[in-house]
Design a protein around this ligand. Structure first.
Ligand code: NAI
Length: 520
């Protein structure tokens, strides 16, 4: 069998396979689902377009979806996050490098933005679907919402009479998206509408993608049902927090090998990811300062023992700055220009717009030096005090370089990780398997939910649908199931409610044990 794929180096497949084998041991949730559902094949007929970091852990997810009956095409949801050996192993599957028998994967570490959006198109473009739409994808598994966005934008433009030409004023990435949409539409004028007509639903992995889905649903524009996997407790309270607690210092260490202990680390945002980031940096001996816009999270950070400050107040203190907000324009070029010499700047929020990379590149006289892939030194030229720059909170004559240069400031630099994109995946290999087993068990269960309860062509038009074009979270009993699947591996002894105790609390002995509004 031959199929189309694009990875960096297919010969890496053996190395990838060894890592996948070890990861399986650390992913008891996914392996238990293979055991439970392998025979009944609940995903038979599902053709899943997957857009999620092509790592070793994702490889175990992909092979779980296949073991449950699905067909998949896969791309990464970030230009730097692919582990090339994992991608190669998934393509090869049970075959060989010469005769691959696995999955069409379109992912490699270090894609350009044009290539990235090309890969997104590839997972939605299935062989034969031009003539027969039913051969196209009927499910999306998304992380950050880019695959979902491509379909929605395509449909929107086709409804309006065609994809517009990009204008020079459009942001670069938007121009690229328009080009991809238009090229697809030129081959098939109804391409995106046709794809959307087959889609039964999307399961979304992360906070940022979920936000986009709720916005679409509120505007009445969501084209198919969605399950918000992120807000399963066993996802966001584990992956976002404990995952980052592991993979953030991993990324900083691999990128810079700078001792974190004794340094001042500034963490922007104290949500789930921020909490894990702050704990990890404190665990390494850093003094951590948190910035927040939400009074509840700011108070939490204060009670957890962190200084809470505005970014502008601590620019001259921080040695390491990490954004975790999912928002935009958090660290601007003028902030970076005012930082200590060799301050490290990185982001673990989903998109790269938390750090003003465009403004940095345009800074007068700035130089960019590649230290190694995904690690860049940005050198600011010598000049007067930085009170001459807009948006500064630095007083005339004051400098932030430890007072070495009097009123003026000599040449100084900062280190930016992964060009402002997710550094835990760009500079390291993302979250470890065990925590991803929780996230991906939720993903698998969510795919089963949407696929087995999909709208069927033989349903009466007015038959009530279990899932409408809205955003859902998985029922708590399934969330508890995901946690249960991971207890034995950690030697956890769970206490069982007696019938009497259960009646007293008004619960079922088998769960769920908390109300939907319980916050953990
Ligand atoms: P969250 O909503 O729990 O936390 C974000 C926090 O940032 C909130 O408390 C919010 O009040 C705060 N915030 C927003 N704007 C701010 C500003 N201008 N300054 C300071 N604080 C601000 O979201 P969560 O789950 O922590 O996710 C954050 C981002 O990380 C999202 O983009 C998500 O998709 C991404 N993510 C990344 C992962 C990774 O592996 N790198 C893993 C999981 C999520």
């Amino acid at each position: 069998m031959t199929f189309d794929y694009r990875v960096a180096d297919i010969s890496l497949h053996e190395a990838g396979r060894h890592q996948i084998r070890l990861a399986e041991h650390e992913m008891p949730g996914l392996m238990a689902l293979r055991e439970e559902y392998g025979e009944s094949q609940p995903l038979k007929g599902a053709r899943i377009a997957g857009s999620l970091h092509m790592t070793v852990q994702t490889a175990v997810l992909i092979e779980t979806l296949i073991a449950l009956g699905a067909e998949v095409r896969w791309a990464s949801c970030n230009i730097f996050s692919t582990q090339d050996e994992a991608a190669a192993a998934i393509v090869v599957g049970t075959g060989t490098a010469e005769d691959p028998r696995g999955v069409p994967v379109f992912a490699w570490k270090g894609e350009s933005l044009e290539e990235y959006w090309w890969t997104a198109e590839q997972i939605l473009t299935w062989p034969g679907a031009d003539e027969n739409p039913e051969l196209g994808p009927n499910m999306i598994l998304d992380d950050g919402g880019d695959a979902t966005l491509l379909v929605h934008k395509g449909v929107e433009f086709e409804a309006a009479g065609g994809v517009p030409q990009a204008t020079p004023d459009d942001p670069e990435e938007y121009r690229i998206i328009l080009d991809v949409l238009r090229a697809g539409q030129e081959r098939d004028p109804q391409k995106w509408t046709r794809i959307a007509s087959q889609l039964q639903g999307v399961t979304e992995e992360t906070t940022t993608g979920v936000l986009r889905l709720y916005q679409l649903a509120e505007q009445g524009k969501l084209l198919f049902p969605a399950i918000n996997v992120n807000d399963s407790v066993t996802k966001s309270k584990f992956d976002n927090k404990y995952g980052i607690r592991h993979s953030l210092p991993d990324g900083i260490n691999r990128a810079t090998d700078v001792l974190i202990g004794g340094k001042v680390a500034v963490v922007c945002g104290y949500g789930d990811v921020g909490k894990g980031a702050a704990e990890a940096l404190r665990g390494q001996g850093a003094r951590v300062i948190v910035t927040e816009i939400d009074p509840i999270c700011a108070l939490q950070a204060a009670m957890d023992g962190y200084q809470v400050a505005r970014l502008e107040s601590v620019l001259s203190e921080g040695d390491i700055f990490i954004t975790t907000t999912g928002g935009k324009d958090i660290i601007m070029a003028e902030h970076m220009a005012a930082m200590k010499d060799k301050a490290i700047v990185g982001n673990v929020g989903h998109f790269d717009n938390e750090i003003d990379m465009a403004g940095l590149a345009k800074w007068p006289g700035v130089r960019k030096i590649q230290i190694k892939p995904q690690v860049h030194e940005w050198v600011f030229p010598a000049g007067p005090g930085r009170d001459d720059q807009p948006g500064q909170n630095v007083q005339p004559g004051q400098n932030n370089d430890g007072g070495h240069n009097g009123g003026a400031r000599g040449e100084h630099s900062i280190i930016v990780l992964s060009e402002g994109r997710l550094l835990n995946l760009g500079n390291a290999t993302g979250h470890p398997s065990f925590v991803m087993s929780n996230s991906f068990a939720n993903q698998t269960i969510a795919q089963i939910e949407l696929w087995t309860k999909r709208a069927r062509s033989d349903d009466a038009q007015d038959a009530p649908r279990e899932y409408e074009k809205k955003v859902y979270v998985l029922p708590k009993i399934l969330d508890e199931k995901v946690a249960r699947l991971h207890l034995a591996a950690l030697g956890v002894e769970l206490t069982e409610l007696s019938k009497d105790q259960a009646a007293y609390l008004g619960l079922d002995v088998a769960g769920p044990y908390k109300s939907d509004h319980y916050r953990y």
